[in-house]
Structure formats: structure tokens, C-alpha cells
Design a protein around this ligand. Structure first.
Ligand SMILES: [Fe+2]
Ligand SMILES: [Fe+2]
Length: 178
């Protein structure tokens, strides 16, 4: 398997979460209230899965190795765009968390911010994913030998393996320090 295989599977799950949140957006429009639990689950998904697990492999492994290669101007440009987009996604999820927390605490005016940031994320992810799937992942594979690709795939598995421990370690740390 090529190392972009797991990244592309992960894109498919991100798309499914995006469509669930799109459904939530429609429900907010109809009912004028938000499902705080669903949004909290979505936020955890974006932070733990889309950002730490998925963008983590892209940035900490794939892009890290890619910058050591003689990248074309076009590929350098796209990689820098992707990095900037990851930062944007992180920031938008943070803003969604703030809006969701305010709403949960009784500030009903925050509903419009929940809608705003949900719309931003729903608009953002499919475009970002398409850029990677259709314009980046396949051409950049050519910079890596078969052996390098195998090593990268192995490093992806190793990276994934430690994340479940990292997540729950953080949860226990957080509860202890409350
Ligand atoms: Fe990405
Ligand atoms: Fe991605």
C-alpha cells in the first residue's frame, strides 16, 4: 500500500462527519436550537481525528520528508497553502468551541456564531480534501522511492498507535488538574 492510502481513507471519514454537521446546520435553521452534544462530538472529531491524527501525519511525517526533496515551485506552493489551511481549520474549530460553550451557558445569541463556524468548516474541508486528493498526493509520491514510501507507511502506523494513549493521558491529566 502507498502511504497516501490511509490519508485518503481518513478523508472519507472526515467527509462523513462534515455531512452530519451539515445536517445539524439544517436542523438549527429549522428548529432555532443547536444540539450541543453533537457539536461537542464534532469538535472532538475535528481536534483528535482530523487535526491531531490526520493533519498530524500530513505535517509531522509527509511534509517533513517532502521539504527535504527538490520540490517544484507548484508543489511548494500547494504544500504551503495546505499548512496555512490546517492553521485556519484549527482556528475555526477553536471559535466553534467558544460559541458552543457560550450557547451551552445560556447565551442564545451565540447560536448565530455556531452557524457561522459550522458553515465555514463545512465549506472548508471538502475543498481542502479535494486539493490533496486530486492535485497533491499522487504527484508528490514521485519524489519518494518505493523504500521511502514503505518506511513512511510504517511511520504512519506507529504514529497512529500512540494517539489513543496520548488522548486519554491528556483527559486524565486534565481531570486531575481541575
Ligand atoms: Fe490536510
Ligand atoms: Fe488531508
Amino acid at each position: 500500500m502507498k502511504p497516501i492510502g490511509p490519508l485518503m481513507w481518513e478523508h472519507r471519514l472526515i467527509e462523513r462527519m462534515v455531512s452530519l454537521l451539515n445536517r445539524e446546520l439544517k436542523s438549527i435553521d429549522t428548529n432555532h436550537m443547536a444540539d450541543v452534544d453533537l457539536i461537542s462530538t464534532g469538535v472532538d472529531f475535528f481536534r483528535t481525528y482530523a487535526d491531531r491524527t490526520h493533519h498530524g501525519k500530513e505535517e509531522d511525517i509527509l511534509f517533513r520528508d517532502l521539504v527535504k526533496k527538490p520540490l517544484s515551485q507548484e508543489h511548494t506552493r500547494i504544500m504551503n497553502e495546505l499548512i496555512a489551511e490546517h492553521i485556519y481549520a484549527r482556528k475555526t474549530v477553536g471559535a466553534l468551541v467558544d460559541a458552543k460553550n457560550k450557547y451551552k451557558d445560556g447565551d442564545s445569541a451565540s447560536l448565530k456564531d455556531i452557524v457561522k463556524y459550522l458553515k465555514e468548516l463545512i465549506g472548508f474541508y471538502p475543498v481542502h480534501i479535494e486539493k490533496e486528493d486530486k492535485h497533491f498526493f499522487f504527484p508528490i509520491l514521485d519524489y519518494f522511492s518505493r523504500q521511502e514510501q514503505d518506511a513512511m507507511l510504517q511511520e504512519f502506523w506507529d504514529f497512529d498507535r500512540k494517539l489513543i494513549h496520548e488522548k486519554y493521558q491528556k483527559i486524565v491529566d486534565g481531570l486531575e488538574n481541575r
